[in-house]
Write a protein that binds this ligand. Sequence first.
Ligand SMILES: NC(=O)c1ccc[n+]([C@@H]2O[C@H](COP(=O)([O-])OP(=O)(O)OC[C@H]3O[C@@H](n4cnc5c(N)ncnc54)[C@H](O)[C@@H]3O)[C@@H](O)[C@H]2O)c1
Length: 354
Amino acid sequence: MTSAQFPRETEPWPTRGGYSYFITGAAGFIGGHLGNRLVELGNRVVGLDSYFHASKNPLKFECEPGDVRWPDLLLMRAKNADVIIHLAAAINVDFSAADPESVYDINLNGTLNVLEAARKLDKKVVFASSSEIYGSAQERAMDESHPLDCQSPYAASKTAADRACKAWQDAYGLKVNVVRLFNTFGPWQADDGYGGVIAKFTKQCLTGKPMTIYGRGDQRRDYLWIDDAVDAYLLAIEKDFNGPVNFGTGTTVSIHELASSIAVNVYGGKIADVKSLWEFGPARQGEVDCLRCDWNKAEQMGWRPAVTFDDGLKRYIAWGGGHHIGRAVDPDESKSGAVAANPAPTVFDETKFG
Ligand SMILES: NC(=O)c1ccc[n+]([C@@H]2O[C@H](COP(=O)([O-])OP(=O)(O)OC[C@H]3O[C@@H](n4cnc5c(N)ncnc54)[C@H](O)[C@@H]3O)[C@@H](O)[C@H]2O)c1
């Protein structure tokens, strides 16, 4: 079943303004889109971000530099908010393998600080969990009861934070909605070594470099367009969830298929051999084989993905090719020039993540 079969006819939940939101990680990819949308809807948004790895999305709200590991600052900044949206995290799986302690510190201790601030201030929290906590799909789409079988320090830190949200809800009656997004993509996602695979591949392709496929390239992901992810957060703001809720499309795309689709979109019909546009790097430890979302629970609450993978990819490449990422190159030029000049696979470089 594809999301194209579920076109959204109307906004399924109220999109009212007049509220006040405090967003951690507000300068990040999702934070920028969500904060801007909330402002467009007539709300007040205050952001906080350590600028550890912020996106370049121009923000329509104030975002103060600060760290979720500073509890007093959280208490001060969240005081006037109706809802706290906690997105701040170190999200890169390779970085988490290289520096698990900082990732745990940011992702778990940061979340505990947010939960404590919310408990003291009596505020609702919306928490950014992740599909990564499920590990690989066990022969079916993953619903919220799928075993939590995390495979990387990043996933372990998100699992711990996700379960802490439940514990604070059970122990203190805190209102916490846990949002489990599958792989999200769209404008302003980081396209460097830290970023998402669609952003990285598109940049590599648009700048005439080979797309680097780690491992065999048969890993499958369920890609969600950013506007649908923002809608998921609006739903989480608006309603009270009964347990965590998954947001994805239910369809998967392999890394190979992704590389081909990007090449075909960038070069149009002009490409004879798409395989010449990628190269292989070593398999990555802790990488999940397959993530596929069962979004029935979200659908019952009124959410559905409105943008298919193909449409989202076209939009993203048009955005990137238009003015934001490199420039489109002729495939012949890329083979003889830029690609040949950059034959080495990109490998994880810890120094990039300081
Ligand atoms: N993008 C996805 O596909 C996806 C999927 C599932 C879940 N998520 C979750 O959604 C959230 C947002 O993801 P994103 O894609 O926007 O990532 P992102 O890296 O673009 O944004 C995270 C932001 O958090 C900030 N940050 C990091 N450490 C911080 C700290 N100690 N204090 C304050 N700010 C800090 C970063 O500078 C960055 O701006 C994350 O919690 C992530 O785990 C993302």
